[in-house]
Design a protein around this ligand. Structure first.
Ligand SMILES: [Zn+2]
Ligand SMILES: [Zn+2]
Ligand SMILES: [Zn+2]
Length: 318
């Protein structure tokens, strides 16, 4: 069987697993779809190789050949892994939504290592993420028609699964949008909310009508666990502000989000002068009682209204 046929078959089997009303098969659904996506990536590398499938090898080295020239030969039997696939796609200018790809892989990883109920919801999300990656690989990278490649039944099931998941996600999201978030940062990070236990994006609040952030009780629709706002926010902020933080630090500036001195989560929003998760806020006139310089959240909280320098001096006087 060719690599391409193998990839398609793996996705088809995964989709059949998902459609079976059998909770024992949801993990196998995610595994098969994930494996199929990886094989599609490899098919692209195979087609990019001159005629020797060289790009599928994990390692290759220059070797002298019998014509007295140099050829590139595969070393060992290992095939290319995810990290190298990413690198080779980049070098050969093949674009792929790696965020979706990683989200799907992340859910697979969590499903393999946990036994939460409601796995079907997570499988649904992983396969919905997979759909977008599969479409991009087939249409853009491989220039194949998804419906004729995968068959009408499989392709329709993938689309319907994604619609179902999207509908559930929108229901959850609407409940979160009801909340009057106390920081802009939290409102901005809503699309990146995910359950800290199972990574599902189906985070909602227990009381759909509640509008107060302080009273909000967050719950995961996939695994049913109640979850702390701080944990959800610190994970979401990492996604939402990660790139900005990286640039800021590289330029010698301050990252947009730092550790809250009160609740210790990565949820203190520098620009807004307050924590997005708890009620800690830095007063606008927070200045050192001795020198009058502005205080950071850390200094204000730790040093009783003194800057780090004067707190240090004061501690020596004691
Ligand atoms: Zn969960
Ligand atoms: Zn806090
Ligand atoms: Zn001072």
């Amino acid at each position: 069987m060719t690599l391409f046929a193998n990839a398609l078959e793996s996705i088809q089997i995964g989709v059949e697993d998902l459609l079976k009303n059998d909770d024992r098969r949801v993990l196998s659904a995610v595994r098969n779809v994930h494996a199929g996506v990886l094989l599609l990536c490899k098919e692209k590398l195979r087609r990019l190789s001159p005629d020797d499938e060289i790009l599928l090898a994990q390692r290759f080295e220059p070797q002298p050949n019998d014509k007295g020239k140099v050829s590139i030969e595969a070393v060992g039997r290992s095939t290319v892994g995810v990290d190298d696939i990413k690198k080779r796609f980049k070098v050969f200018d093949v674009s792929l939504d790696w965020k979706r790809f990683d989200a799907m892989a992340d859910i697979r990883h969590h499903m393999e290592h946990s036994y939460y109920k409601g796995s079907r919801e997570r499988a649904r999300q992983a396969v919905a993420d997979a759909l977008l990656v599969i479409r991009q690989l087939l249409v853009e990278a491989l220039q194949e028609d998804p419906r004729s490649a995968l068959g009408s039944e499989c392709w329709t099931a993938l689309l319907e699964n994604a619609d179902l998941f999207e509908a559930e996600l929108q229901t959850c999201r609407a409940m979160l949008e009801n909340i009057g978030w106390e920081t802009e940062a939290a409102a901005r990070a809503l699309p990146d909310f995910a359950c800290p236990s199972c990574r599902s994006a189906l985070i909602r609040q227990r009381d759909p009508a509640n509008t107060s952030q302080q009273k909000a009780v967050l719950i995961c629709s996939a695994c049913g666990k109640e979850t702390e706002l701080g944990a959800v926010l610190s994970h979401a902020f990492d996604e939402t502000f990660g790139a900005e933080a990286h640039i800021a630090v590289k330029d010698g500036g301050e990252p947009p989000i730092s550790t809250c001195p009160e609740c210790s989560e990565e949820t203190y929003v520098l620009e807004e002068g307050r924590c997005a998760a708890c009620d800690f806020a830095l007063p606008e006139d927070a200045t050192c009682a001795i020198c009058g310089s502005g205080l950071s959240a850390e200094e204000y909280y730790e040093h009783d209204g003194l800057c780090s320098y004067h707190a240090h001096v004061a501690s020596k006087d004691d």
